[in-house]
Design a protein around this ligand. Structure first.
Ligand SMILES: Cc1cc2nc3c(=O)[nH]c(=O)nc-3n(C[C@H](O)[C@H](O)[C@H](O)COP(=O)(O)OP(=O)(O)OC[C@H]3O[C@@H](n4cnc5c(N)ncnc54)[C@H](O)[C@@H]3O)c2cc1C
Length: 465
């Protein structure tokens, strides 16, 4: 059943089509279903129109079309976000996935990248020059949503988050203006773009600083379940003095019919011989039942988890920051793993530390600058009939973990969890973000996101409609 807002006629859509360089896709077009699909198979929304934008002018025209017809706007970069805000019901979906321009200046160590690029595409382009900017950990994630929310990955210990390496951005505002944003041009907006998500405008180009990144020492250590508690304690103590070059991520889950398992993935991005030395204690504890740590190309590392997260599976995530790996936190976590209804699910503890942790909490909109774990309860399954069971498991584990977690969450892990959790995501930066929102999007045109409402200092917070 196709629902198109009665405010939009076929003639209106024809006129829009005639005025954009990209393509207008509507219900009934052969590719309508494939273009509106996003990573999370739980999301099934039907926009009145999808504009496959090719340049900032397309973006501006699409925004103006939506505003003139009083339609909600959704913005799609890589389409990877589990909340599914990239696609809307009955509104205008701005699909930026065709905007994949990339230029790399190896001498200046700068990459200028389109918002449709995936992490893998940007990595491949920069690695041709032996360079990289910190991004996430799997190749299919879009650089746009990742960077605008923060961007936590294998290089965060040494070079910070993706947003910390943003040098500038080109932004189309709610009024259709094209702004070149950087530290000296619209500095309030530049501050907000680094962690504040898609609230402030549509980014049509990102400029990143690059670093030399050669082959890395990377892989995983798997430990017997009986050793899980001891290993988690050891790993936590070990990280307290670990160099910035080492970033780790713990996964707990179930492997096939083999029962619960704990593994620690590592990436060492410094000199290999130093890495071998630094990793020795971690490779000895337990001892591991499997050790796959070896030299690998950075691009290969960045696509290592891809097959475990194919597009279209059903996802439900709960998340929060774990600062103290206490006995209580460990026992709670381990108790819930064997009850996991789907072997595709798991819990990830990605470490934020080093350079990423040393940035002042108010230097960018991303405030969570302590050494800590980004804990993600990642329920993933294939059969829609199993949805209730999997969601209940994820919620049950989250509720049990809550006393051990900070009242804080990484915005890019949030689902549709309400305004209080968005406040948790922005913590002390929330109020300032509402003021920047007031400056650049006072009507909350960009509200289909983890929404920061505009605040008119005279009238107070305007809640999203
Ligand atoms: C399997 C998996 C692994 C992940 N791993 C990591 C990881 O290692 N590290 C990490 O930090 N995160 C990770 N994430 C989370 C990821 O950062 C977010 O899902 C991010 O939002 C994805 O960006 P996207 O462009 O693909 O998403 P989209 O769904 O396209 O966009 C998400 C939101 O960002 C906004 N947006 C997107 N593009 C623009 C733009 N050009 N201008 C303005 N607003 C825009 C919109 O509000 C949109 O709703 C992972 C997610 C998944 C599903």
């Amino acid at each position: 059943m196709v629902t198109i807002d009665p405010a939009v006629s076929g003639a209106d859509l024809d006129a829009l089509d005639a005025h954009v360089r990209g393509r207008v896709v509507r219900a009934g077009n052969a590719d309508y279903d494939s273009v509106r699909a996003v990573f999370n198979g739980m999301i099934d929304r039907r926009p009145a129109v999808i504009v496959r934008c090719t340049d900032p002018a397309d973006v501006a025209r699409s925004i103006s079309f939506a505003r003139n017809h009083d339609l909600v706007i959704s913005v799609r970069g890589g389409g990877h976000n589990v909340a599914g805000n990239a696609v809307c019901d009955g509104g205008v979906m701005l699909d930026l996935s065709l905007m994949k321009h990339l230029s790399v200046d190896p001498a200046a160590r700068v990459a200028v990248a389109g918002p449709g690029l995936t992490l893998g595409e940007l990595d491949r382009g920069t690695q041709r020059h032996g360079l990289a900017t910190p991004l996430g950990v799997m190749s299919g994630t879009g650089i746009a949503g990742l960077t605008l929310g923060g961007g936590l990955g294998w290089l965060n210990g040494r070079y910070g988050l993706a947003c910390d390496n943003l040098l500038g951005a080109e932004v189309v505002t709610a009024d259709g203006e094209l702004l070149q944003v950087g530290p000296d041009r619209y500095p309030d907006l530049f501050w907000a773009l680094r962690g504040g998500g898609g609230n402030f405008g549509v980014v049509t180009s990102f400029s990143y600083g690059l670093h030399p990144v050669g082959p890395v020492l990377a892989g995983g250590l798997t430990y017997p379940w009986s050793q899980a508690s001891e290993v988690l304690h050891f790993h936590d103590d070990f990280l307290a003095t670990a160099p910035d070059e080492l970033t780790t991520a713990v996964s707990v889950g179930v492997v096939g019919t083999g029962g619960p398992t704990l593994s620690i993935a590592v990436c060492w991005c410094g000199a290999p011989e130093d890495g071998e030395r630094a990793l020795r204690p971690l490779r000895a504890v337990g001892p591991p039942s499997a050790d796959t740590i070896a030299m690998a190309s950075y691009v290969a590392l960045q696509s290592a988890p891809d097959t475990s997260f194919p597009t279209g599976r059903l996802h439900y995530w709960k998340s929060g920051y774990l600062r103290d790996m206490t006995d209580g936190a460990i026992q709670t976590l381990l108790k819930h793993i064997p009850q996991m209804p789907s072997a595709m699910s798991g819990v990830g503890l990605q470490r934020l530390h080093g350079a990423a942790g040393r940035v002042a909490p108010d230097a960018t909109a991303f405030p969570h600058r302590e050494d800590q774990y980004d804990l993600v309860i990642l329920a993933q399954w294939a059969d829609p009939l199993e949805s209730a069971r999997n969601i209940t498991w994820a919620r049950g584990l989250f509720d049990a973990m809550r006393p051990h977690l900070q009242n804080a969450v990484y915005v890019n892990n949030l689902g549709a969890e309400g305004p209080a959790r968005v406040r948790d995501a922005y913590g002390p930066n929330y109020e300032r973000l509402t003021l920047v929102k007031q400056t650049y999007d006072a009507s909350n045109v960009f509200r289909l996101n983890q929404n920061v409402p505009p605040r008119d200092p005279q009238r107070g917070v305007v809640l999203p409609s």
